[in-house]
Design a protein around this ligand. Sequence first.
Ligand SMILES: *[C@@H]1O[C@H](CO)[C@@H](O)[C@H](O)[C@H]1NC(C)=O
Ligand SMILES: *[C@@H]1O[C@H](CO)[C@@H](O)[C@H](O)[C@H]1NC(C)=O
Ligand SMILES: *[C@@H]1O[C@H](CO)[C@@H](O)[C@H](O)[C@H]1NC(C)=O
Ligand SMILES: *[C@@H]1O[C@H](CO)[C@@H](O)[C@H](O)[C@H]1NC(C)=O
Ligand SMILES: *[C@@H]1O[C@H](CO)[C@@H](O)[C@H](O)[C@H]1NC(C)=O
Ligand SMILES: *[C@@H]1O[C@H](CO)[C@@H](O)[C@H](O)[C@H]1NC(C)=O
Length: 266
Amino acid sequence: MKSCSAMESTSCIKFSLMSLIWIIVLINEMHVYKGCLETERTALLEIKSFFISVSDIGYDDKILPSWVGEDDGMPSDCCDDWEGVMCNVTTRRVMQLSLNYTERLNYYDGTSASLLNMSLFHPFEELQSLDLSGNGFAGIYENRAYDSFGSLKQLKMLNLAFNDFNDSILPYLNTLTSLTTLILNWNSIEGSRTKQGLAKLKNLEALDLSSNYYIHGSLEGLANLTNLQVLDLSYNQNLTTLGFADLPNLKTLDLRYCGITTIQGI
Ligand SMILES: *[C@@H]1O[C@H](CO)[C@@H](O)[C@H](O)[C@H]1NC(C)=O
Ligand SMILES: *[C@@H]1O[C@H](CO)[C@@H](O)[C@H](O)[C@H]1NC(C)=O
Ligand SMILES: *[C@@H]1O[C@H](CO)[C@@H](O)[C@H](O)[C@H]1NC(C)=O
Ligand SMILES: *[C@@H]1O[C@H](CO)[C@@H](O)[C@H](O)[C@H]1NC(C)=O
Ligand SMILES: *[C@@H]1O[C@H](CO)[C@@H](O)[C@H](O)[C@H]1NC(C)=O
Ligand SMILES: *[C@@H]1O[C@H](CO)[C@@H](O)[C@H](O)[C@H]1NC(C)=O
């Protein structure tokens, strides 16, 4: 930078001030590193530890391998670099988490019996889509679970397929009133508590309850789901009675391979 001569001093000072402002702006930009939120990044690493803890020894380095603090010395951005994580481009907050088939077991017979810790998802207030299918969870830790489900105010899609959840999960799911899609196929739902269990999910448009071998209730609570468009009850041999005759917006109803002989209300 050339030095200021006496004659030009005013404009020169102005120029220096402008440069200084630009330098401050630049430093500031570098400081507002456009990565994911620190709290969410920490929470994601806790989720990774959790999946490692419920998996068999020997899978440690195969579980979410891209979820690391640094990559070749560069800080790794959980929004751009981590598998299964999608963020809102504006807020940089996690919008979508695909954790399907993340728990790894040497032998899986559908009864791994590990419990899902919902507190792990507490920080993700902008989460819209959560896929936890194929992990063999048998239930959830009850401690603070209502709080954690309650913080997922924007959740629209929840996939819990291929786990071993039974009716005890229904009261928790019933608090997720923003849900539009709920996938529960291949679990151990009986449906006897479905009346209370899912009746509050007024925004639900798609519900998959297929292949829940133990379903035998009449599922009358589903009558409250007036926005339901797609309902899959196939492969529930022991489902013999439907407790509702009509859902006003239903477009697709799959009753293949179930034992329905009675529809109440007809
Ligand atoms: C991302 O966040 C902004 C600000 O909250 C919101 O307006 C926008 O709808 C979000 N984008 C998506 C795809 O949800
Ligand atoms: C998880 O689901 C996503 C989206 O449906 C799919 O692309 C991916 O292959 C699945 N991952 C595993 C391990 O099954
Ligand atoms: C569940 O996760 C939370 C948040 O990471 C943790 O504080 C708590 O100890 C976990 N609970 C159990 C039973 O592992
Ligand atoms: C349902 O799952 C919970 C949590 O794993 C368990 O404690 C309970 O015994 C199960 N109930 C039935 C009827 O299997
Ligand atoms: C479900 O519908 C029944 C019958 O219309 C009604 O009595 C009940 O209050 C409804 N439940 C909820 C949670 O809306
Ligand atoms: C399902 O139906 C089969 C055949 O009717 C019966 O043997 C079995 O006990 C039933 N299981 C349950 C859980 O209701």
